[in-house]
Design a protein around this ligand. Structure first.
Ligand code: ARG
Length: 464
């Protein structure tokens, strides 16, 4: 009986928990990661309990002192987390009671682990939103620095992975900057919604003790309190939103990785990755492999899997708390670890890339990439676009036949396709002419890309 009573729920039980059950149900092996948030929540709760006369001032002091000592021990690595105490909440509460006695046993007044874990996870994810914002800002800085460095260099832009039109390499890099900027917006939005305190919802119906929920929320830096105690204990939307934003970040990383894998192949030879950022083969001496982008691309599967796991976890749950919810933590932690590691290494990798600008330019010079420019030139001369498209199609067919570019055709020959074509066409038929002509907002013309870089530099506090 003594052992059964060692559980907080021991009063109702006549048997000790089976060892296999303890092993199967414990979460402390991974939720101990939440210790600092758990302790911060407990301190705010204790202070509020004292303000409400539920514990005395002396008891409050004992609780705070005890929790601070436990925090210091955990941080020093000397605290022993015990599996038989199931989770981080009970481990800390038990250690507190062992240290300060009855006052420790009062801490859980008006609280349940159901609102406690909802609180801890919100505090943890709020912190991760801020950390990820920093990581994404660093990624933005790395991209913008590269874009600044290579400003003016031309490459082929692709659709269907077929060479399409000349663009500035910086424009291509800044496309990723925009993606990661939107990711920052998504996380900021998620942070707003998760920044409300569920504490005081207790098991799910609230409590008859006179708690001041707003006081606890303010002490923990929340913008307010959740509106419905049942929702507060059963909801994990906030975690799904966070993981979904992370999945989107990793998709962006994966697309960038895919391009780096392609571009560093001998077939493209657009970019070289510094040796210290590659690895070799154990059998083929000549190999230098782009393992970092490959691994990032590969890890996308587990991040998307994490999102799918959370969505599926929630799908059939009746209100309110169900033990299933314990399964959210490992997914969330794995996504946090994976995405933050990928972001950090990708930002570093970008600094270790050198683009083969001559190869990029040469690739933009072959394949009639200025065909659209010729069509638009005709439009400027009054030819309806659809007609112009047909004319240029025939020019391209001629070029394919000859194995040449439109600019290699004489004015007389070009004039045979359309009388609207004059000497001034040649300035438009080079990659530089093509890029320079694209001047509307958001296009690849040099002044527009320069503006985009300047705007980003200003926003990120970069002084070029
Ligand atoms: N370890 C639990 C979880 O992660 C904490 C809440 C447990 N509540 C309960 N009634 N068993 O969800």
């Amino acid at each position: 009986m003594a052992l059964a009573a060692a559980k907080p729920w021991g009063g109702r039980f006549s048997e000790q928990t089976a060892a296999s059950v303890e092993k199967f149900t414990e979460s402390v092996s991974y939720d101990q990661r939440l210790y600092a948030h758990d302790i911060a929540g407990s301190k705010a709760h204790a202070t509020m309990l004292a303000a409400q006369g539920i514990v005395s001032e002396a008891e409050r002091e004992a609780i705070i002192g005890g929790l601070d000592a436990i925090l210091a021990e955990i941080e020093a690595g000397t605290f022993l987390f015990r599996d038989e105490l199931e989770d981080v909440h009970m481990n800390i509460e038990r250690a507190l009671t062992e240290r300060i006695g009855a006052a420790g046993a009062k801490l859980h007044s008006g609280r349940s682990r159901n609102d406690q874990i909802a609180l801890d996870l919100r505090l943890y994810l709020r912190e991760q939103c801020d950390r990820f914002d920093e990581l994404l800002a660093a990624m933005g800085r790395a991209l913008v620095r590269r874009a600044r460095h290579y400003l003016g260099e031309i490459m082929p832009g692709y659709t269907h992975l077929q060479r399409a039109q000349p663009v500035l390499l910086s424009h291509h890099l800044m496309a990723y900057y925009e993606m990661f900027l939107r990711d920052r917006g998504r996380l900021a939005d998620c942070r707003k919604r998760l920044n409300v305190s569920p504490l005081g919802s207790a098991a799910m119906a609230g409590t008859s003790l006179p708690l001041d929920r707003e006081m606890v929320a303010a002490a923990l830096g929340f913008a307010g309190v959740t509106a419905n105690s049942m929702d507060s204990c059963g909801d994990r939307d906030f975690a799904i939103e966070f993981v979904s934003a992370c999945a989107q970040i990793h998709l962006h990383l994966s697309r960038l990785s895919e391009e780096l894998v392609l571009w560093s192949s001998q077939e493209f030879s657009f970019v070289s990755i510094a040796d210290r950022f590659c690895t070799g083969s154990s059998i083929m001496p000549q190999k230098k492999n782009p393992d970092i982008p490959e691994l990032i691309r590969g890890k996308t599967g587990r991040v998307l899997g994490g999102l799918m796991a959370l969505l599926t976890l929630m799908k059939g749950l009746p209100l309110t708390y169900n033990r299933d919810l314990q399964e959210d933590k490992e997914q969330v932690f794995d996504v946090v670890d994976t995405v933050s590691a990928s972001l950090a290494i990708m930002a570093e990798l970008l600094e270790n890339l050198s683009f083969n600008t001559e190869t990029l330019r040469a690739a933009a010079e072959r394949g009639c990439l200025v065909a659209t420019d010729l069509a638009e030139y005709l439009v400027e001369k009054g030819v309806p676009f659809r007609e112009a498209h047909g004319i240029v199609g025939r020019v391209v067919a001629r070029c394919l036949e000859r194995g040449c570019e439109p600019s290699d055709l004489s004015l007389a020959e070009l004039g045979g396709f359309s009388t609207a074509i004059g000497e001034d066409v040649y300035a438009r038929l080079t990659p530089t002419g093509s890029v320079n002509a694209r001047l509307a907002t958001g296009c690849t013309g040099l002044p527009r890309v320069t503006e985009a870089i300047e705007k980003a530099e200003q926003f990120l506090g970069i002084h070029p």
